[in-house]
Design a binder for this molecule. Structure first.
Ligand code: ACO
Length: 401
């Protein structure tokens, strides 16, 4: 029973809001989201415009500093990043210590945390200048860690970046360059990845972003906060959904492709199965990113000449769900991750790397939110609770229990 007396003694009024469905944790000027209307804007610019007209590095700058960069600002930003792209050689020893079977999200989170040890000056930052230095460092080194996590998984030798390339093209080369083979630029792959990264770049106070803000609110430092955010993103109800979607679609295909059977399972309350890639905490109409990504998936598969039976299953499930009363009543629509995995597959990215790619895209959002939280001098995050445990009881000696 709730001990009302002790509750009153502890506090004034405490609201209980599991999952924080109606609790705002901060004021933010970064991302505007209207779940009913399906609107998403970064710093006032529509996601549709940004996905079509901007590149990922411009979006990083926009999210973090609030304005689209002009040519000089973008050039300087990129040069500052390039100057920090070396990752300490000893970090490779840490990577060597992981088994090849390790999930790349675990590897990425650990390596991001380990960066703290090699970049002590980036930990206790509070001035804007110190923050800027820490930000360009992580924007430079994180793609290297992503590429290493990928190459470790694939059993490929590690690569460093190529300063002559654009930000995203450099990532593509670091990930995919094969030993003893000349790297050939593929604009379809680079453009598709650029668009995916933009679509994932921020999404206001989701689970991983709230984690970054709350860890950062103890002044734990940017890299430690990001490492915590990566762990939060890993879960299948959040960023891990993109991996779970493809695994689900493959499972349906291997089981004979009967989508109706899986629709029935998803609706059965005694069955833990959920239709992965459907539903969203905030979007109750449609996810604007899903619309863009569905079109991009069609284009990329067409351009690369890939025929993927899993895409047909995805389209079939989407059609059935849109006509199904259970999904309509609960406003369950495909989310951004329903189609992102199909593009990643077509680009040759292994399934276990999908959530890592999401982390790469979300990096500027996490950074922007962390910076905003620190500049606004927000207090340490510390939710309350309503205690429902035992009242005071006498201690029992061990031989009497
Ligand atoms: N399949 C079947 N039923 C579902 C699904 C689904 N994917 N999602 C929600 N429901 C049902 C629930 O069972 C519940 O039904 P009830 O009212 O009869 O009990 C109702 O819809 C509401 O669901 P909640 O879980 O309460 O909604 P919540 O906002 O807490 O969860 C979430 C949102 C986690 C995204 C959920 O829809 C889900 O698990 N989806 C699948 C996982 C997924 O795709 N996650 C990615 C999210 S997007 C992102 O992180 C980028």
């Amino acid at each position: 029973a709730i001990d009302i007396k002790s509750l009153r003694a502890q506090s004034g009024i405490i609201t209980i809001d599991p999952g924080y469905k109606n609790t705002g944790s901060c004021e933010s000027a970064i991302t505007y989201l209207d779940g009913e209307e399906g609107i998403l804007r970064y710093r006032g610019y529509s996601i549709e415009d940004l996905a079509e007209k901007a590149d990922f590095l411009e979006v990083c700058y926009l999210l973090i500093f609030g304005e689209l960069p002009n040519k000089e600002q973008l050039h300087k930003f990129h040069e500052d990043i390039k100057a920090q792209s070396i990752v300490a050689e000893d970090m490779k020893k840490i990577l060597d210590g992981f088994p090849q079977s390790a999930h790349p999200m675990g590897v990425l989170s650990s390596l991001t945390s380990a960066l703290v040890a090699f970049n002590a000056s980036s930990v206790n930052v509070s001035s804007e200048e110190e923050m800027y230095k820490a930000i360009v460092k992580i924007l430079a080194k994180f793609p290297v860690l992503v590429a290493w996590a990928h190459r470790k998984k694939e059993g490929l030798p590690l690569e460093y970046g190529d300063d002559s390339l654009g930000y995203v093209e450099n990532i593509v080369k670091m990930m995919f360059k094969k030993p003893n083979k000349e790297y050939k630029k593929n604009p379809i792959v680079i453009n598709a990845l650029d668009k995916l990264l933009i679509l994932h770049a921020d999404h206001e106070q989701n689970c991983s972003t709230s984690t970054v803000r709350i860890v950062g609110s103890s002044h734990a430092g940017l890299f430690a906060s990001l490492s915590a955010g990566i762990s939060a993103l890993w879960g299948p109800l959040h960023g891990g959904a993109n991996q779970a979607v493809i695994e689900m679609l493959e499972g349906i295909k291997n089981d004979g492709g009967d989508t109706k059977k899986y629709m029935a399972k998803a609706k059965d309350k005694n069955d833990p199965f959920r239709l992965m890639g459907f539903g969203h905490r905030v979007y109750k109409n449609f996810d604007p990113r899903a619309r863009i990504i569905k079109k991009a998936a069609d284009e990329v598969l067409g351009d690369l000449g890939v025929e993927d039976p899993v895409l047909d299953i995805a389209k079939g499930l989407e059609k059935e769900a849109l006509e199904d009363q259970y999904f309509v009543d609960r406003k369950l629509y495909p989310n951004v991750d329903f189609y992102s995995g199909i593009i990643y597959r077509a680009l040759g990215i292994p399934t276990e790397m999908f959530t890592v790619m999401f982390a790469l895209g979300r990096l500027p959002g996490w950074i922007a939110q962390w910076r905003e939280m620190r500049l606004r001098k927000e207090p340490i995050g510390r939710p309350r609770q309503v205690y429902i445990g035992e009242n005071l009881r006498p201690f029992l000696d061990i031989d009497k229990r």
